[in-house]
Write a protein that binds this ligand. Sequence first.
Ligand SMILES: Cc1cc2nc3c(=O)[nH]c(=O)nc-3n(C[C@H](O)[C@H](O)[C@H](O)COP(=O)(O)OP(=O)(O)OC[C@H]3O[C@@H](n4cnc5c(N)ncnc54)[C@H](O)[C@@H]3O)c2cc1C
Length: 354
Amino acid sequence: MFGFGKKKPQEVTLNSDQYKFEVEPEQNILDAALKAGVPFPHDCRVGSCGTCACKLTSGKIKPTADFSYVLDGEQLKDGMILACQSRAKTPVAIDVSIDSDAKASATKSYEGVVKKVKSLTHDIVELTIGIDNLEHSGMAGQYSEVLVKQVGNSRSYSFAKAPENENPGELSFFIRNVPKGRFSKWLFDGDPTGQKLEVNTPFGSFYYRDGKGTMVCIAGGSGMSAVKAILEKAAIDQVERDAVFLFGARTQQDIYGKEELEEIKKKWNPNYKFEYTYVLNMEPEDSNWNGARGMVTDYLKSDYIEKNKLEMKDCQGYLCGPPPMIDAAIKEFTSEGMPNNEIYFDKFLDSGSK
Ligand SMILES: Cc1cc2nc3c(=O)[nH]c(=O)nc-3n(C[C@H](O)[C@H](O)[C@H](O)COP(=O)(O)OP(=O)(O)OC[C@H]3O[C@@H](n4cnc5c(N)ncnc54)[C@H](O)[C@@H]3O)c2cc1C
């Protein structure tokens, strides 16, 4: 072999000359950008959400998935690609809209060990990973990628605590047991304590944004993690605004996090309000539950919007959890006048979500 055909790294240029970085032959363009500390827009990184859609203006790429699941015919004709599903075959130039407020830390790879698995509900645990040399550069609301040998591909998990509330050298996550899921099987069927794993961190565009209006937060299932972390951070920073957090669940069995939410309430800037409500949609009618019932979006409408407690056009939205819940909440928020660019969310997409 004389090195013929040996693939080499390629240069990527963003928005004329705004950023330049190299991408390895087996690396996708988004991962290379994030590793270089470029605030490239992204969320799921598995080709489902479309957030990393961008325009290829010159050069050749190799797609690693079919873009047409996410991009329409017009966009494909216009040269749009998904950075998370594209490798560079030649030097490439890309145009992408980068939010001027976007913040990014270069992602790093660590070896970690499972320190603790604590049960929170019948199907959610708190996983604590220990990492000796961790430099936690993530922001509350962002996520890590966790790779376990027995599972094969990595999975994304959102920080369950504001970085300031973590023990040094630890990362915590709330993880739901997804039926027939491979990572879920590894985590829930047995005791993985002491097992090694790889952690790449941080990722994601979901984090606290400055603003004056009330933060309207909605989460479901393990989506409590990212929203709670953002609220913890907002309490630590004593932000000068109100916040409302609605947690949507099926029954009382799905309730968790009360102690931490009480702690946020205690620490919230005393000149402003923080309130949280658990809203149950499948709790038996004859149970001892005296709290809120119904779909979380209906509750927001009947108990906040119609009672004039919230003027949605002046609020900012934070949403995290299952995609259908987020889609319903976005619809409700925008129909009540909240601008699209004031709604931040993280959909917990999985490999069955396409
Ligand atoms: C940005 C982000 C943050 C996230 N944060 C969290 C978090 O904090 N907590 C959390 O619990 N989850 C989170 N998730 C989801 C998480 O990454 C995993 O997707 C989830 O835990 C399921 O992984 P699994 O290996 O158990 O399931 P998988 O093995 O991925 O399977 C998931 C489901 O899809 C089905 N399935 C698998 N392959 C296919 C296929 N080819 N076609 C159809 N169906 C299929 C499976 O049967 C199963 O029901 C997040 C996801 C994203 C994108």
